[in-house]
Design a protein. Structure first.
Length: 278
């Protein structure tokens, strides 16, 4: 689907790149010629991923907690020593299902700190450097389909992702005339250990999610990585300020007034509803 030098010689930071979707993106970007940096809190996880992916291209692992602005500045400084980044992928996240009235202040802080503040810290650290040196660059934020409408039981994540989408649209305009594009992807469920262990901890919750999806399957990390590669590449240079949903139509399944008739009515019902010939 892509030329294998599509992302050469781009330098890309993927936050949360040691696992799940971030790791899949890292692999794809390396295959397409990029130099990749991954960060996360757990150094052992990062090192294992870097060792596994290094046959595909140059990959560097930097332990960093994106909630901590000083730590982010130190990481970005260390990357810039060998040259500016061209692309930032804000992918790191924290999430779990819980009843909102039971959340402690620490629980709110934890998720908002990672998802919203972490995205802000990394975007500001890179953005200030790019603007100061007139460096063309792209930011891609990983959101979730519930950001524009909210979702019960993942409320710290919903408010944070909504903020991330507002940031995406705001800075696309404010920084767009200075060579910085900013977009987001809102994936539907894609099996990763990190997400599914926290959001679908029982098999019946997975079955429930599958049943809601018009395509009756989850997305794949390859599908996500391909969309991401397109959106960060120069081939999509006029796409700015967009949130692209990739969920097999799951979001729209809940939107149409009459969609549920597909489950409520049988073939016999449909036949009986046809107008009778006079
Ligand atoms: C209620 C919880 C909780 C839970 C943690 N807390 N888990 N409260 N229900 N299940 C509370 C703790 O009691 C604590 O509050 C506070 O949250 C912080 O918890 P810690 O474990 O001390 O924090 P930390 O080690 O920083 O872990 C952060 C985390 C954890 C977010 C809680 O889950 C994590 O590390 N997540 C990273 C990876 C991840 O979540 N991946 C999934 C992304 S998927 P107190 O009051 O004691 O301080 C995603 C997909 C969305 O976003 C869409 C899917 C379709
Ligand atoms: P994941 O494997 O748990 O990825 C989350 C990553 O973020 C981990 O590598 C984690 O590493 C890192 N991280 C967490 N807190 C951090 C912090 N404070 N500082 C730096 N890194 C931190 O889950 P995933 O499914 O791949 O999720 C990736 C992204 O996709 C997230 O933005 C998520 O909201 C989004 N998403 C996923 C799905 C899905 O179904 N999988 C659907 C919609 C959206 P450490 O723990 O080592 O820090």
């Amino acid at each position: 689907m892509f030329r294998n030098d599509l992302l050469r010689p781009k330098r890309i930071l993927i936050t949360g790149g040691g696992t799940g979707l971030g790791k899949a993106m890292a692999r794809r970007f390396l295959e397409l010629g990029a130099t990749v940096y991954i960060c996360g809190r757990r150094e052992d996880v990062l090192q294992r991923t870097a060792a596994e992916l290094s046959p595909h291209g140059p990959i560097n692992a930097i332990p960093c907690d994106v909630r901590n602005l000083d730590a982010v500045e130190t990481m970005i400084d260390s990357i810039w020593k060998s040259g500016p980044l061209d692309i930032l992928v804000n992918n790191a996240a924290g999430n779990f299902i819980a009843r909102t009235e039971e959340l402690s202040p620490g629980a709110w802080n934890s998720v908002i700190g990672i998802v919203l503040m972490g995205t802000l810290h990394c975007t500001m650290a890179c953005g200030k450097r790019w603007l100061a040196s007139n460096h063309k660059a792209t930011v891609l934020n990983i959101s979730a389909t519930y950001a524009p409408v909210g979702s019960a039981y993942v409320v710290p994540s919903a408010v944070s992702k909504a903020g991330v989408e507002a940031l995406t649209r705001s800075l696309a305009v404010e920084w767009g005339n200075r060579g910085i594009r900013m977009n987001a992807i809102a994936p539907g469920p894609i099996p990763t250990q990190g997400a599914f262990s926290r959001l679908m901890p029982r098999p019946e919750l997975e079955a429930f999610a599958l049943d809601r999806n018009p395509m009756h399957r989850f997305g794949t990390t390859e599908e996500l990585a391909n969309l991401t590669a397109f959106l960060i590449s120069d081939g999509s240079s006029y796409i700015n300020g967009e949130v692209i949903r990739m969920d097999g139509g799951e979001f729209l399944q809940g939107a149409g007034e009459f969609t549920a008739l597909g489950r409520a009515l049988t073939n016999a019902d449909w036949a009986s509803l046809k107008p009778r010939k006079k």
